[in-house]
Write a protein that binds this ligand. Structure first.
Ligand code: NAP
Length: 282
C-alpha cells in the first residue's frame, strides 16, 4: 500500500452490521481509485477522544453510525446546515487546514433516492405526512422543508417526540395524533414511513390507505424487506411508490466525493450488490 493511500472508515459501536464498506468498495473499484474503506469500532468510552483528535487516526474522513453521531458533531470545527440542525453528523472529513468538518447526509440520501426513482416528485411541493419521530424522521423532515413543502405533518406513537420535532423545525411542521391519520391521509401528496414498523422482525405497520389520493407518492425508508407491506398496499391501489434502499446508498455519495474526489453514481449494479448481501429480493 502506498503512503499516499487515502483511507476512510465507518465508525460506530458496533459496526459489524454496516454495509458501508461494500458501497464504498464498489465505487473505489469502479473508479479505479487506490483507496481504502474499512470498519472501525469505536467504543463509547473512547469516542469523544477519538473524534476530538480525529486527525491522529490516519483517516481522511469517516462515516459515523449509532451511537456516535452526536458526539462526532460536537467534535467538529464546522458543520453543514443539516448536521447543525440535527446536532448529529454521519459524514466527517478533514479540510486542507486539518479542521474536522461534519455533515448529515441522511436527508440528502432521502432526497437523492426520490429524485432518482420518482423524478419531479417535489414539483408541486404540497403537504407531506411523516410517520415516526426518531432520528431518521428528523432527517426526512429537514429534507422535505428544504424542498419547500408547505406543511409536514408528523404522527408518532409517542406524541411528545413528534411535538419536539415540530417545535424545533418551525411552523410548517405540525405534530398530530394517530387518531388524525385518516383525515391527514386525505390531505397529503406524500406519505413517508420512518418508523421501524414493517421491518423484518418488527411489528407490521397496519394503516388503512383508503383516504389517500391515488396520485400521492408513498415511500418507506425501511428496506428489509425491500417491498414493505405499506409499499405493496400502496402499489396495489395505484399509488406511485419508492423503496428505502436508495436512501442508504445516496447518503454515502457526499462522503465518497469528499474523500476520494469523484462523485459516484447509485446504479443498479450497486443496488443489486447490496440487496444480495442483505439477502433481500428485488
Ligand atoms: P429510532 O430513532 O429508533 O425511531 C424509531 C421510530 O419507530 C420511532 O418513531 C418509534 O416511535 C417508532 N416505533 C418503533 N416501534 C414502534 C411500534 N411498535 N409502534 C409504533 N411506532 C414504533 O430509529 P430511526 O433511526 O429513526 O430508524 C427508523 C427506521 O428507519 C429503522 O427501520 C431504520 O432501519 C430505518 N432507516 C433507514 C434508513 C435508510 O437509509 N433507508 C436510514 C435511517 C433509518 P416512538 O418514538 O414512539 O418510540
Amino acid at each position: 500500500m502506498s503512503a499516499d493511500l487515502k483511507k476512510a472508515a465507518v465508525t460506530g459501536y458496533p459496526v459489524a452490521q454496516s454495509r458501508s464498506p461494500l458501497v464504498h468498495g464498489y465505487w473505489l473499484k469502479k473508479h479505479g481509485i487506490e483507496g481504502d474503506y474499512s470498519k472501525l469500532e469505536v467504543s463509547p468510552d473512547t469516542a469523544e477522544n477519538f473524534f476530538r483528535h480525529f486527525g491522529a487516526s490516519g483517516l481522511v474522513g469517516a462515516n459515523v453510525t449509532v451511537p456516535h453521531k452526536e458526539i462526532a458533531a460536537a467534535a467538529c470545527d464546522q458543520l453543514d446546515d443539516a448536521a447543525k440542525t440535527m446536532g448529529a453528523a454521519n459524514t466527517l472529513w478533514l479540510d486542507n487546514a486539518g479542521k474536522l468538518c461534519g455533515a448529515n447526509t441522511d436527508g440528502l440520501g432521502f432526497l437523492g433516492n426520490l429524485d432518482q426513482l420518482a423524478p419531479g416528485w417535489d414539483k408541486s411541493s404540497g403537504k407531506a405526512l411523516v410517520l415516526g419521530a426518531g432520528g431518521a424522521a428528523r432527517a426526512v423532515v429537514w429534507a422535505l422543508l428544504s424542498r419547500n413543502f408547505t406543511a409536514v405533518y408528523i404522527i408518532n406513537r409517542t406524541y411528545e417526540k413528534a411535538q419536539k420535532i415540530a417545535d424545533e423545525f418551525g411552523s410548517k411542521t405540525i405534530a398530530s395524533e394517530w387518531d388524525n391519520l385518516g383525515k391527514l391521509l386525505g390531505e397529503v401528496d406524500l406519505l413517508v414511513n420512518t418508523t421501524s414498523l414493517g421491518m423484518t422482525g418488527k411489528s407490521p405497520l397496519q394503516i388503512d390507505l383508503s383516504p389517500l389520493s391515488k396520485s400521492a407518492l408513498v415511500t418507506d425508508i425501511v428496506y428489509v424487506p425491500l417491498q414493505t407491506d405499506l409499499l405493496k398496499q400502496a402499489a396495489a391501489r395505484g399509488n406511485p411508490t419508492v423503496d428505502g434502499l436508495g436512501m442508504l446508498l445516496h447518503q454515502a455519495v457526499p462522503g465518497f466525493e469528499k474523500w476520494f474526489g469523484v462523485r459516484p453514481e447509485v446504479d443498479d449494479e450497486l443496488r443489486n450488490l447490496i440487496l444480495k448481501d442483505l439477502g433481500v429480493d428485488a
